[in-house]
Design a binder for this molecule. Structure first.
Ligand SMILES: CCCCCCCC/C=C\CCCCCCCC(=O)SCCNC(=O)CCNC(=O)[C@H](O)C(C)(C)COP(=O)(O)OP(=O)(O)OC[C@H]1O[C@@H](n2cnc3c(N)ncnc32)[C@H](O)[C@@H]1OP(=O)(O)O
Length: 194
């Protein structure tokens, strides 16, 4: 059983998403947006270490290997971790639009259990944009990129300014991020929209 709430249906005046001219080329590996991100950062021992690649249009592919630290039931991935993998893949779409956006709503269908050791093959794409609202969808398949769908999600991301993080993040981490030239470069990569 699945369905989509009204909040995830784009309004009539929504437009098709536009790939930014400076978006990473199709096939290009997209680095972490933050070293300590639980979804993509290399600095989180038990994080997902999700690796995303730019696709065609406003689409992304990603892979995530379920490890022992990600269990819910014995030998199976925790649903929240799978939702994180979907959320992170959807969040990576920011790089193609070159805007910063955060998850407002994430609806997830869990179709098949995902054992530890499984590689989850993820795909996500932006389907519509209405002002600051970005509508997107994602799937996670097992057994291969064409394998059966184990999880899928529909999401609404909301565009924010970098101030969203500066004003709301814990000061220690914000200070460290602002003193890290590499982090500033990554944050700027999103702020080139005219
Ligand atoms: C030097 C420092 C460097 C920092 C560098 C950082 C670089 C970072 C780069 C990239 C980051 C990417 C990170 C990806 C990570 C994966 C994604 C996540 O997990 S993100 C975390 C989870 N999400 C949140 O924590 C959001 C918490 N929520 C909020 O902060 C607010 O609610 C926010 C910003 C989402 C919206 O608040 P408003 O005050 O700005 O705007 P309003 O007016 O409320 O909403 C705008 C429109 O959106 C609709 N909307 C908002 N939330 C909705 C919802 N949940 N469902 C339906 N509609 C919603 C509203 O109805 C409104 O629509 P109408 O314009 O009136 O048509």
């Amino acid at each position: 059983m699945s369905g989509t709430s009204a909040a995830l249906t784009p309004p009539a005046d929504a437009i098709r998403p536009a790939r930014h001219p400076d978006a990473p080329a199709p096939g290009e590996l997209i680095g972490a947006h933050y070293e300590h991100c639980f979804g993509c950062g290399g600095g989180q021992a038990h994080g997902l270490h999700l690796e995303a690649r730019a696709g065609e249009g406003v689409a992304i592919t990603a892979e995530f290997t379920v490890r022992e630290a990600h269990q819910g039931a014995p030998g199976l991935a925790h649903g929240g971790v799978l939702a994180t993998a979907l959320d992170e893949t959807l969040g990576s779409l920011n790089w193609l639009l070159r805007v910063i956006a955060v998850t407002g709503r994430l609806e997830t269908d869990f179709r098949r259990p995902v054992p530890v050791g499984t590689v989850l093959f993820l795909e996500a794409e932006v389907t519509a944009v209405a002002g600051r609202k970005i509508y997107s969808t994602a799937t996670g398949r097992i057994g291969g990129p064409e394998g059966p769908v184990a999880v899928r999600a529909e999401a609404l991301f909301i565009e924010v300014k970098v101030d969203h993080f500066i004003e709301n993040g814990r000061p220690e981490e914000i200070r460290a991020a602002m003193n890290d030239p590499d982090q500033i470069r990554r944050a700027r990569a999103f702020e080139v929209n005219p």
